[in-house]
Design a protein. Structure first.
Length: 733
């Protein structure tokens, strides 16, 4: 409680005015944009009445169009009544007066699962008065949230309900984070948490303090608290409305309830305080890019009440991970309980990332199932969070994610949706126009929502085409066997305009990549870090989004799929990106030469494991200063003994991923391949194509202990900040 209260201090600047009076023109626009089908007003003053009253209101453009000698028509009844309603709303805010009809509220219960009438499986929806909802929207969507966004004081860890931070952006960021963990091969544990009835359990005073912290007007907070405590909750069902009701005095009802116009935004403000209080004890995990110039902070990401929490480190065992997870989880649970809420362990789960070397010495994701007990409350050990199996998916913001990046759970969900909509097309009578509307507004969004975050195989998407395309064409009035090139062609080019799901997935992934990297958002920063790490794994001369040749040795799923689709469609993205520059004239990039030999994937993975362990990318790094011979330190000279490495000669200043020492079979393969490619013999060391002069960028990302000052002296420096030493060259006899 103390940590939460200490993070309720005002975040806004002192010169920001918190007053937010009603502006009648903006309220009229709010009524105009409000969909009339929305259920409101238990008193009978539904939204359609307000829209009809607005009919006679002259807009600002109409008033300006009147000539100076022409006056506006006398007040019409509708405009007069609407302005009187706005005056009453202003007086209610000014004097903190709750109208009697604002106190009446209907409660509806909707089945979450068809046929399941258990109370804990029913969704509770609140129906409020339309003008009361308009006040809440005015002070939240047009009040404290824009003020907080313009002041840039909201935490980036909360993405729900904010402009430019959609659910698919956040789920894509989760996938990018998983890719970074896999490429860096760090131990980590993901926790997916869900709050129990987050809109219903939060304490009103705690909500109001959090909103006031972000610039909410005092008159709004006073009226909200008073109205909330005087509400009368009636249950409405298909037979009518119950005569009995509950009140706050009889049964204290914490929180705004689902259906309140400002419920989600008030929770965002409270979540900001909760996250700030969480970080007072738990520091974020900083994942740096290989140049140590970009930092991606990984701690927790929230979308309203859905939270993804991460713990990890460089060399942590599964027991250490679970212990850290318990500490973080219990601290977060205490904060949630202090605000009146609670976690729902039945909807929470965790996914571990631990690594073990295979027979070749290459680190692989550990697929063994660990029986760990992670309890959010130490006093209630019976409520635990389950540990997911590696290939089992969990639902997060509409997508299914797995530790192994297996897309099978997501495929199953999309296939069920495709079957459902295909049956709906087959069994429902509709016109050709209605079939097109159903396809574009329902079928496509349901199936393509997860495309930016997932890399679904083309064979699976082709199965969906075979299932549904013919039925959709029939309903739209076309022959079912039309050429698919004509079916998927755009309408402005003479085609029908249906979407090819394979191309749609590639386009959506490319759009989200370009949009966020260009805007430098937190997701764009994570994507740039991923691209740089992928560049290091690939070991290519050119930028990996310009040179899209397949790199099957890189353990990546999302970015590899994007590059594969770009390569198939001959698409390149060119911009000033990071890469290792060539060090000498006639320099060669090792993995490019290996890939040109058409080696199988297993051979490329083992060769790349040796390169990553030595932390080299180019031929210049494994040859001597003359550029004539290979360094013996990178070759396996004795059986069953790995190379000595380049530590005493030079080392990379980049932050490389954690790599296990490969097996002797890998080192034998590496030695024979390198020697054969560059010397022409499996045991040779003299290069067939000597290297030339050094470039000025030779020491940009690599530090050399020994440097030639002149022909008679050598300069030695064991560290860039250490003093320079000079030694005389000698001849060995």
């Amino acid at each position: 409680m103390q940590a939460l209260l200490s993070n309720m201090c005002d975040k806004m600047k002192l010169n920001i005015d918190k007053e937010h009076p009603l502006i009648y023109e903006e309220l009229q626009n709010g009524i105009k944009k409000w969909p009339e089908k929305t259920t409101t007003s238990p008193s009978g003053r539904h939204l359609g009445i307000y829209k009809s009253l607005q009919w006679h209101v002259l807009t600002k453009e109409a008033l300006e169009a009147l000539s100076p000698t022409q006056s506006a028509a006398p007040l019409k009844q509708g405009r007069d009544v609407l302005f009187l309603i706005f005056d009453i709303m202003s007086l209610a805010l000014l004097h903190t007066y709750t109208l009697n009809r604002w106190k009446m509220m209907w409660t509806l219960f909707i089945e979450k699962e068809l046929g399941n009438l258990d109370l804990n499986r029913l969704r509770c929806i609140m129906i409020f008065e339309a003008d009361w909802q308009l006040i809440l929207k005015w002070h939240s969507s047009y009040g404290f949230l824009p003020k907080s966004e313009s002041a840039n004081v909201l935490t980036t860890a909360q993405g729900g309900g904010r402009k430019g931070r959609s659910a698919i952006d956040q789920s894509t960021q989760q996938v990018i984070k998983m890719e970074l963990i896999k490429l860096n091969q760090r131990s980590a544990l993901d926790m997916f948490l869900d709050a129990r009835w987050c809109f219903d359990l939060m304490v009103e005073a705690c909500h109001n303090m959090a909103c006031r912290r972000h610039g909410a007007a005092d008159d709004y907070l006073h009226l909200h608290a008073q109205t909330h405590h005087s509400m009368k909750y009636y249950v409405r069902h298909k037979f009518g409305v119950l005569e009995d009701y509950n009140t706050f005095d009889q049964h204290p009802w914490h929180g705004a309830g689902q259906g309140t116009a400002d419920a989600a935004l008030r929770y965002i403000m409270l979540s900001d305080s909760l996250i700030d209080a969480y970080h007072t004890k738990i520091q974020p995990w900083a994942i740096k890019d290989l140049t140590l110039t970009l930092t991606v902070f990984k701690s927790m990401k929230a979308f309203i009440d859905d939270v993804a929490m991460l713990t990890g480190g460089d060399h942590l065992s599964f027991e250490q991970l679970t212990q850290q997870a318990k500490t973080q989880l219990q601290w977060w649970n205490n904060l949630i309980r202090a605000s009146g809420g609670a976690l729902n362990p039945t909807k929470c789960c965790c996914a571990p990332y631990t690594w073990t070397p295979d027979t070749a010495g290459i680190l692989r994701l550990d697929t063994t199932v660990n029986d760990a007990v992670i309890a959010p409350c130490p006093n209630q050990l019976q409520q635990t969070i389950p540990v997911l199996k590696p290939n089992k998916g969990t639902r997060y913001l509409g997508i299914y994610v797995t530790c192994t990046c297996n897309t099978k759970p997501m495929q199953d969900q999309i296939w069920q949706k495709a079957l459902l909509y295909t049956k709906a097309f087959q069994r429902t009578h509709m016109s050709r126009r209605e079939a097109g509307v159903l396809y574009h507004l329902c079928f496509l969004p349901a199936l393509t929502y997860s495309f930016p975050a997932m890399g679904l195989p083309a064979t699976f998407l082709e199965r969906i085409h075979k299932l549904s395309t013919s039925t959709i064409l029939n309903k739209m009035g076309y022959h079912r066997n039309l050429p698919r090139s004509f079916v998927f062609a755009p309408r402005h080019m003479g085609g029908i305009g249906l979407r090819n799901l394979i191309h749609e997935q590639s386009a959506q992934q490319m759009i989200i990549l370009l949009r966020h990297m260009h805007a430098h958002t937190p997701l764009g920063l994570a994507m740039e870090t991923l691209v740089r790490t992928y560049q290091l794994w690939a070991g290519l001369c050119n930028y990996v989004l310009s040179d899209t040749q397949p790199c099957p040795w890189v353990p990546s799923q999302w970015l590899s799929f994007l590059r594969q689709s770009m390569h198939a469609n001959r698409i390149q993205i060119s911009y000033n990106s990071w890469n290792i520059p060539p060090l000498r004239v006639h320099n060669r990039f090792i993995m490019e030469d290996f890939n040109a030999q058409d080696f199988p994937r297993s051979k490329m993975e083992r060769s790349n494991a040796c390169r990553m362990y030595l932390q080299v990318t180019t031929l210049s790094e494994i040859t001597d200063h003359t550029g004539l011979e290979l360094l013996p330190q990178i070759l396996m000279l004795k059986p069953h003994e790995p190379p000595k490495g380049l530590t005493n000669i030079s080392y990379s200043t980049l932050q490389w991923p954690r790599v296990h020492c490969p097996s002797t079979s890998c080192w034998r393969l590496w030695t024979s391949t390198v020697c054969t490619l560059y010397t022409g013999s499996a045991k040779g060391i003299c290069l067939t194509q000597p290297l030339g002069w050094w470039f000025a960028t030779y020491d940009k990302y690599r530090f050399w202990h020994w440097r030639m000052l002149d022909t008679d002296h050598l300069v030695y420096q064991n560290h860039p900040s250490a003093p320079t030493r000079v030694a005389l060259t000698t001849m060995c006899r």
